[in-house]
Write a protein that binds this ligand. Structure first.
Ligand code: NAD
Ligand code: TDX
Length: 333
């Protein structure tokens, strides 16, 4: 199968490409990535010489390049990882979120229609459902996004729905909980906290730290997308979860303990505007099809901490501090 992976130089996309090339030696993958601040070819160093893999620098918001890639490489299926993904950045500067997450997805849908592709998997998030105090979001829960990021992802998902209903295209939409693991840009909670502590810096915990997220190891997410690419029913929406819910405070304590650091390294700072209290998804639909997460949380988070300890070469140069300074100024920290 000839696959187009968009955003494959990012955290989850690069892990997915590695997973697919290893498991399916007959598949070819074209990685179309704009290489924003979050796109990093270091994530794919070990496979850049693989003859079944090709990298193309390009923007999914540019329809011509999306069409050109689909035509020239005889693409059969697309997995859309490309997005602006950081909630805090969407609060400060939402422009790129609308361009990439909405217009970019629209261009891919147009290509799926034009080139009669066999499958389109949209990588989306549980954040589109908003925040839930008790219970879990099902695939039927309404979209109630609270940040420009989640609103842009929800808008893209609505376009997917419309293209499915109107043009009967082979689309699958996935709503996953939070990923963690190797190669995650050090602005997100886990890699930011781990690398700050490794640098001897404090960790900035928003508000009281009682916000809850559900966590999936990135390789389990790769496995879920692989599973749905091959076994997912066309036109369906799937939640991807694990049941592992943790307060941010708990995550912080686990990381502190793994690195033998004291609680005084935690700095409680002003809360994120519109901060969702809790995300949790009901993933019974996926489970009934035979998918289950394989990684144990306690072990996978320890391995994640170890990976950042052992791969300073990867994250050190990404922590220029410029963005964090900007953020501090905005929130008058
Ligand atoms: P990331 O920020 O690490 O990577 C995003 C990638 O997309 C980068 O390589 C970037 O260069 C590329 N990109 C951005 N704009 C582009 C454009 N206009 N054209 C082409 N490429 C572009 O993201 P991630 O954390 O790996 O997330 C991947 C996907 O998974 C996103 O769609 C995100 O919404 C979704 N998701 C992420 C999480 C999570 O916890 N990280 C959870 C649920 C869903
Ligand atoms: O410095 C921080 N301090 C802090 O307390 C950061 C960066 C985060 N947090 C809190 C905010 C959240 O409650 O930690 C939690 C996790 O924050 P992020 O890592 O920014 O992730 P989140 O906002 O939950 O969104 C992530 O999961 C869903 C991804 O960034 C999205 O792309 C994905 O869709």
């Amino acid at each position: 199968m000839n696959l187009l992976v968009t955003g494959g130089a990012g955290f989850a996309g690069s892990n997915f490409i590695r997973h697919i090339l290893k498991k399916y030696p007959n598949y070819t993958i074209v990685n179309l990535d704009k290489l924003t601040y979050a796109g990093n070819l270091d994530n794919l160093r070990d496979i850049e010489g693989n003859s079944n893999y090709k990298f193309i620098k390009g923007d999914i918001a540019d329809k011509r390049i999306v069409f050109k890639v689909c035509r020239n490489f005889r693409i059969e299926a697309v997995i859309n990882y490309a997005a602006e993904t950081h909630v805090d950045r969407s609060i400060l500067d939402p422009d790129a979120f609308v361009k990439t997450d909405v217009l970019g997805t629209f261009n891919i849908l147009e290509a799926v229609k034009e080139f009669k592709l066999k499958k389109f998997v949209q990588i989306s998030t549980d954040e589109v459902y908003g925040s839930i105090t008790k219970g879990k979001f099902t695939e039927e829960s309404p979209f109630l996004p609270n940040s420009p990021y989640s609103a842009s992802k929800a808008s893209a998902d609505l376009l997917c729905r419309a293209y499915l209903k109107t043009y009967n295209l082979p689309i699958i939409v996935t709503h996953s909980c939070n990923f963690y693991g190797p190669y995650q840009y050090p602005e997100k909670l886990m890699p930011l906290f781990i690398t700050n502590l490794l640098e001897g810096k404090k960790v900035p915990l928003y508000g009281d730290g009682k916000n809850v997220r559900e966590w999936i190891y990135v390789l389990d997410h790769c496995w879920a997308i692989d599973f749905l690419l091959h076994k997912g029913a066309l036109g369906e929406v799937y939640n991807i979860g694990t049941g592992t819910e943790k307060k941010n405070l708990e995550i912080t304590e686990i990381i502190l303990k793994s690195l033998n650091k004291d609680k005084k390294m935690v700095e409680h700072i002003v809360d994120r505007p519109g901060h969702d209290l809790r995300y949790a998804v009901d993933w019974t639909k996926l489970k009934k099809m035979g998918w289950n997460p394989e990684y144990d949380f306690d072990r996978a988070i320890r391995e994640t901490v170890r990976w950042y300890q052992q791969n300073e070469w990867w994250w050190k140069k990404l922590k220029s501090g410029a963005y964090l300074e900007y953020y501090k100024k905005q929130y008058r920290l």
